[in-house]
Design a protein. Structure first.
Length: 462
């Protein structure tokens, strides 16, 4: 695996319909020497750039909505044959999943190179960047774990985690997969290192991991790992101490077009006219004149429209093609493009975590630890979403999952919510149990060929 992933950064031709702009001047790759704090800041930007500017199957493309297109509320009507459709149909093979693996591990390689170089920089101003780099490594590993390994509480017999990359490796190095528990332990360890660093940034930092983003992501990791008390504590800390505020009924819809500097956005991958995945941005997958590969079902549309006092009902709509070549249907309205963008469908920030998720994590974790506070977190969130909302006195795990569907659909989480709670769902004509082997992606065959199947094991079933 390392042999492929730790080569010097090369220019890739990915077969995209459009070519990306060149790497920003504020980014530096692993092939560039890092000898100053300025270089270190560029290296941080470079790692974000790699993770969020790729082609098909990258974290800024289909994988931004992966858990939605494989989830219960997605629909594909005469899709264009891109990978959202293949994901939805569970037809991705070990020859298809390389880009997802490549971009995130390459970003991790940049992080490790920067951390190694930082040891030789004699300047205390390096400290905030070091803290952020650990948080970034936790995020990239967490994304890989949710794509290539089962959710720990799903009941799957597959206990394989991912390959953990925590240092700069020799080009000939090969490594196998850690256990699922060891994978999440490393993810939590990196977030904890970031959080506990006295130099970690505590200010709002759009597009960068700060202390609050690391806490929020650690809360998610704990929840997936089944450590509910820890998840609850982290979510409560972000809710009570961070500078973020819930969107209100008045500004909820506007936030999806403004996108930058919004009240409750804790962490996102920034996209703009110069820096984006172009037609591989989710905006193009969710438009009737684009790739038309991520629609929602009529049932989900009805579910969202059941209470029109809920502002979130405006986030799905029936849309018709304008050029006559696209597909009419029900679409998510979360990727309509930034106001003022030259090509709005290309410029949509990729949502990593919002404050609303912390209320939902707190509700779920409190419910699972028999806390009476669970319904209070739901009531607070709903007051900021539903005009004339009357608080309720009780809740259930199904209520919480349905609230997550309303709040977080099209943000890459919904299938995980079901599997984490041991629940099956229907996607297309098939029903998927939490332990189904197709709930994870296959390890790329190229990686297995390089490492050997005795070292790098494929996910069972592929």
């Amino acid at each position: 695996m390392k042999k492929i992933l730790y080569l010097s950064i090369l220019t890739l031709i990915l077969g995209a319909c459009d070519t990306l702009e060149q790497e920003p001047t504020t980014a530096v790759s692993t092939s560039t020497a890092i000898t100053s704090v300025g270089d270190l800041s560029y290296a941080v930007n470079g790692a974000y750039y790699i993770a969020s500017s790729g082609g098909q199957m990258s974290p800024a493309a289909e994988m931004a909505v992966y858990a939605d297109v494989i989830g219960p509320d997605s629909d594909v009507k005469n899709g264009s044959g891109q990978f959202c459709q293949k994901l939805h149909e569970r037809s991705v093979t070990p020859k298809d999943s390389y880009n997802t693996y490549y971009y995130l591990y390459k970003a991790i390689a940049n992080v490790n190179k920067a951390l190694e170089a930082a040891e030789q920089i004699d300047d205390p101003a390096k400290a905030p960047y070091i803290a952020e780099l650990y948080g970034m490594r936790g995020l990239f590993h967490l994304q890989l774990a949710t794509f290539y390994a089962p959710i720990p509480t799903s009941g799957s017999n597959n206990k394989l985690g991912i390959v953990l990359s925590t240092e700069v490796y020799d080009i000939s190095s090969k490594a196998g997969r850690a256990s699922l528990d060891d994978t999440y332990a490393q993810i939590v360890k990196d977030f904890t290192t970031c959080i506990n660093d006295p130099a970690v940034n505590t200010e709002v930092s759009d597009g960068h991991i700060n202390k609050w983003a690391a806490l929020a992501l650690r809360a998610r990791a704990y929840l997936y790992w089944g450590k509910n008390a820890e998840a609850l504590e982290d979510a409560k800390t972000v809710i009570s101490k961070s500078p973020y505020k819930l969107y209100t009924i008045d500004n909820y819809v506007k936030s999806w077009s403004i996108q930058d500097g919004c009240d409750e956005m804790i962490m996102q991958y920034i996209q703009n006219d110069e820096y984006n995945a172009q037609r591989y941005n989710p905006g193009y997958y969710t438009h009737p004149d684009g790739y038309t590969e991520y629609l929602v079902t009529a049932e989900f549309y009805d579910f969202m429209q059941a209470n029109t006092n809920d502002i979130r009902s405006k986030m799905v709509a029936y849309r018709e093609t304008e050029n006559g070549k696209g597909v009419n249907g029900y679409y998510p309205m979360k990727y309509i493009g930034k106001t003022g963008s030259t090509v709005p469908l290309y410029a949509n920030n990729i949502k990593i975590c919002r404050l609303s998720e912390m209320y939902l994590i707190a509700a779920e974790a409190a419910f699972k630890t028999n806390s009476t506070d669970a319904v209070g977190y739901l009531n607070t969130l709903r007051k900021n979403r539903i005009a004339g909302y009357v608080p309720v006195a009780t809740t259930s795990i199904d209520d919480i999952i349905n609230e997550r569907r309303k709040e977080l659909f099209a943000e890459g989480q919904i299938a995980f919510d079901y599997w984490r709670n041991g629940k099956s769902f229907k996607c297309g004509p098939a029903t998927y149990e939490p332990s189904n082997y197709k709930n994870v992606l296959p390890i790329p065959q190229d990686e297995i060929d390089v490492c050997g199947s005795d070292i790098l094991m494929q996910n069972p079933g592929f």
